[in-house]
Design a protein around this ligand. Sequence first.
Ligand SMILES: *[C@@H]1O[C@H](CO)[C@@H](O)[C@H](O)[C@H]1NC(C)=O
Ligand SMILES: *[C@@H]1O[C@H](CO)[C@@H](O)[C@H](O)[C@H]1NC(C)=O
Ligand SMILES: *[C@@H]1O[C@H](CO)[C@@H](O)[C@H](O)[C@H]1NC(C)=O
Ligand SMILES: *[C@@H]1O[C@H](CO)[C@@H](O)[C@H](O)[C@H]1NC(C)=O
Ligand SMILES: *[C@@H]1O[C@H](CO)[C@@H](O)[C@H](O)[C@H]1NC(C)=O
Ligand SMILES: *[C@@H]1O[C@H](CO)[C@@H](O)[C@H](O)[C@H]1NC(C)=O
Length: 439
Amino acid sequence: MNKFVAILLLLSISTSGILGVLNFLTDSWIKIIISNLDSAPKPVAYHTAVFNAVNNTMLIYGGVNSTNGALNTLSKYDLVSDSWFSFNSFNVSNNDITAIPSARYGHVAVTTLFNTMYIFGGRNETTVFNDIYKFNMENDMWVKIEPKGDVPKARWGHSGVTFTNNNQFLFFGGSTNIEGTVLVNDVLKYDFEHDSWISNTPTGASIPSSRYLHSAVFTLTNEMLVYGGIVQDKVVSDQIYIYSAENDRWLNMTVNATSPEPDARSSHQAIMTPLGTMIVFGGHDSKGNPTDTTWKYTISTNSWKFISPDNLGPVPRAGHTCISTQFNTMMVFGGYSGNYASNGQVSGGSFFNDIHKYNVVNSVLRSSSDGVVLVVILSLVGTMVIALCFALDLMNEKNEIQRLEMMEREALAKNNAIELEKIKSDKEKAAKPQLFEKF
Ligand SMILES: *[C@@H]1O[C@H](CO)[C@@H](O)[C@H](O)[C@H]1NC(C)=O
Ligand SMILES: *[C@@H]1O[C@H](CO)[C@@H](O)[C@H](O)[C@H]1NC(C)=O
Ligand SMILES: *[C@@H]1O[C@H](CO)[C@@H](O)[C@H](O)[C@H]1NC(C)=O
Ligand SMILES: *[C@@H]1O[C@H](CO)[C@@H](O)[C@H](O)[C@H]1NC(C)=O
Ligand SMILES: *[C@@H]1O[C@H](CO)[C@@H](O)[C@H](O)[C@H]1NC(C)=O
Ligand SMILES: *[C@@H]1O[C@H](CO)[C@@H](O)[C@H](O)[C@H]1NC(C)=O
């Protein structure tokens, strides 16, 4: 690591230590104080949450309440002022109300860089859906779309990620019936530039079995990481699968055997951090009981780490949402404390509408009452460090590739096959550096 970066990093850590905003030694969660809790959505589970980076807000859509009623409410949370926003969530372009999704839960919400949110699939009490909807987060309006291509099977409990380079969403798995007994393992591609479905059958070394209520995140190197979920016969999975979006292939991978592994998990949530780690929070364990544990999976070492939080964290839950924000924090919202019900019903336990923050860099939750300004300053320093590392990494990578290309031309001229093979493998390594593995 460059010295300058190290100093900046130290600075950001010591500053936060002195000022007491982040207590990076205790690995603790702190519940945030929300100024207008009465505007918060009602307690809900199996809803979706997305982060709107432009407006620094979190959008919550749909879900199921404690009496098994599906909802179609949309709520907005301001991440800077830590307050709920009221707005007309049923505003629709051209007054075409068919552009608004019907009440649902177990659906997927994904966003594009162009400030739109899409809602795909989900279910209500009786029906599983295969329809897709678009919401413009800039002017808060539903926009009617008529997708082209083969309409996929209806599903709920599936996952979705955004493959920005290709203007695509990738949806994986899900249950096609409400009981959760007919599961799928296809990767659906949706081109959000042309609003069309693309049919697709990925191959690969280890293709995950059909499942639902798993999680999926997308990495900086365009891979989708699928974790856990419920597979056939209600068995809960503890496996990680990696899908290369660029090559449309499932990769063969096994978790580093020296690392501890979390118990099997479903209805949990996972986020990807800028440090190349996946954070997994909550969910039902292998016996169907809700948990409050936090695990970190490092892609570069392919290993798990248990982050032991104290009692101040969210109570055990499943069917909640986690989003990753610009401030290096993870926001947890809602969920319920009931057990996994094998009949597909969501009942029992308490339903929640609380919000928790977790600092993904220092493994600490941060309170909103600590002051927005400090949070902004600290995150600016954090962002600078990350941006600098990115720049340095990219520069190194470019130089290394240029050097290898020169050597390649020389080896070609000399017709040296052994040397060429070595350069080729070095080039592959150089083109895919493990960002931030130094941390
Ligand atoms: C979101 O941000 C954009 C760009 O800054 C702004 O034009 C728009 O009014 C904002 N929308 C809301 C609902 O705040
Ligand atoms: C749950 O949602 C349904 C449908 O929207 C509604 O009729 C019911 O009153 C709600 N139950 C509670 C406890 O809010
Ligand atoms: C819906 O959005 C449009 C465009 O932003 C705006 O002009 C209109 O006032 C909004 N309608 C309502 C009922 O909020
Ligand atoms: C579930 O959705 C279907 C299709 O939109 C609808 O016909 C049905 O009335 C809904 N069920 C409930 C309980 O709202
Ligand atoms: C996957 O990797 C394991 C361990 O390296 C290996 O034993 C197995 O043969 C591989 N499977 C495939 C299909 O490549
Ligand atoms: C396995 O995990 C350990 C501890 O996290 C790490 O030191 C080691 O490098 C990892 N091994 C591989 C092959 O990634």
